[in-house]
Design a binder for this molecule. Structure first.
Ligand code: HEM
Length: 400
């Protein structure tokens, strides 16, 4: 376990500490693992800030439909927000990747993730090469998702110019012979955009409830965000500095990917010790980001700390180096959009009781049940319409 921030960065940036498994937990030969790193760069152009900014309208509409859509004014029971938030994040990613009508891909990827969780979070799971019922279930969902993605990808490989979406952009980097590799990579990205950002959004609701003064300070930005959506504008995220700071502080205290592992690809030295090939190294953004030695008041929720300064080196919710999260700009934009939509429409409070963190896979808030109270006549109308109108406020045409 690497507990020093400087050494953790060495582990993340030095190629001798490798990732040797794919998301199906299949062991990758060294050459294949290097190939995966090279291919991942094709994900980047479509996930840059300017490429993901237009998606805010979609995310806001999904948030209203999936999270706020069941609310009736004056009557709302506490509920676990995680499933709705996962639907928001996974559908937003599927929509970004494949354009309108991609909900089926998101649903299939979510089923695959559910099947995988039984294995990843289970310390008694047998190795991936042993065919067990759980493994068969994973492969069934994997094949189904791959089938959908392959079909969508094939048409984009044939004529990328016909599709203005992320998958078409990614497809430009692959020839038809590498369809399988490209589809597998996109399925990985769809999985990454489901529970992990969904969990971050759920922790965000917890923080909105527990830190009402900070939540109130977001209201002017929430109004500005709503105005921008109405005007069809998508300015840089820096236009919402308080919201960005709030999201960063949530990710500091509750990083969904709380544990990162690497395997020594050969003999390596670290911190004055020698390790043989195959040694496993673990580092925890959760522990590093709460280290009182490097941050004042490390255990307190204080978004103001990010308002004026860029996140320092120990801030690792998206990892670093070769495997740094390619979806980080997408994720930030997503979380800011969910946050400001929620703040604009409702007040969040949570049912009494302790919320604990389940660390078995993604760090999940266990015991979280929230109540969402419409803010005003304005939002009351919107939310009431959402409740009574069979699916909520009108969605943008791309989602309807
Ligand atoms: C709050 C949201 C997110 C968080 C906290 C997060 C966190 C992370 C972290 C820590 C890693 C590095 C893991 C490692 O070093 O082993 C990672 C990798 C990755 N993330 Fe994210 N992620 C988020 C959202 C997304 C989204 C929306 C996508 C969609 C494109 C995505 C796609 C990926 C992929 C494909 C990798 C693997 C990169 C590689 O191994 O080269 N992530 N993520």
């Amino acid at each position: 376990m690497v507990t020093d921030g400087g050494l953790a960065r060495v582990v993340l940036t030095d190629r001798r500490f490798g990732v040797r498994e794919d998301f199906l937990q299949r062991r990758l030969p060294a050459a294949v693992a290097e190939g995966v790193i090279a291919s991942r760069r094709h994900l980047n152009p479509g996930l840059r800030p300017s490429a993901v900014a237009p998606l805010r309208t979609v995310v806001s509409a999904l948030t209203r439909r999936e999270l706020l859509g069941g609310l009736a004014p004056g009557r709302s029971l506490p509920f676990d927000p995680l499933p709705a938030l996962e639907r928001v994040t996974s559908r937003a990613m599927a929509r970004h990747t494949f354009g309108p009508g991609a909900d089926a891909v998101a649903g299939s990827a979510s089923d695959l993730l559910e099947a995988l969780s039984a294995m990843i979070g289970n310390p008694f799971a047998l190795p991936a090469n042993r065919v067990t019922p759980a493994r068969r279930r994973i492969l069934r969902h994997y094949e189904h998702t791959m089938g959908l993605v392959r079909a969508l990808l094939r048409s984009r490989m044939e004529d990328p110019d016909a599709f203005p979406d992320h998958a078409a952009q990614v497809a430009r980097g692959f020839d038809a012979a590498r369809l399988e590799e490209c589809a597998h990579m996109l399925v990985g990205a769809l999985l990454a955009a489901d529970r992990v950002p969904g969990a971050a959004a759920a922790w965000m609701l917890l923080c909105l409830s527990d830190h009402a003064p900070q939540a109130e300070r977001l209201e002017p930005e929430a109004a500005l965000f709503a105005q921008h959506l109405e005007d069809g504008q998508a300015p840089p995220l820096s236009s919402y500095p308080r919201a960005v700071a709030f999201v960063r502080e949530v990710l500091r205290l509750h990083p969904p990917t709380w544990l990162i592992t690497r395997t020594a690809t050969g003999p390596v030295g670290l911190g004055g010790y020698e390790f043989s090939a195959g040694h496993t190294f673990m580092l925890s953004p959760y522990a590093l980001q709460r280290d009182e030695r490097v941050l004042d008041d490390a255990s307190r929720f204080r978004p103001e700390r990010w308002a004026t300064s860029a996140p320092p080196g120990f801030f690792l919710p998206f990892g670093q180096g070769l495997h740094r999260c390619p979806g980080q700009h997408f994720a930030l934009s997503l979380l800011v959009s969910i946050l400001l939509t929620v703040v604009h429409e409702v007040r969040v409070s949570r049912a009494p009781g302790t919320v604990t963190a389940d660390p078995r896979t993604t760090l999940l808030p266990v015991g979280l049940a929230v109540t969402l109270q419409p803010r005003s006549a304005r939002s009351g109308r919107g939310v009431a319409a959402a409740a009574g109108g069979g699916g909520g406020e009108p969605l943008p045409r791309c989602l309807a």
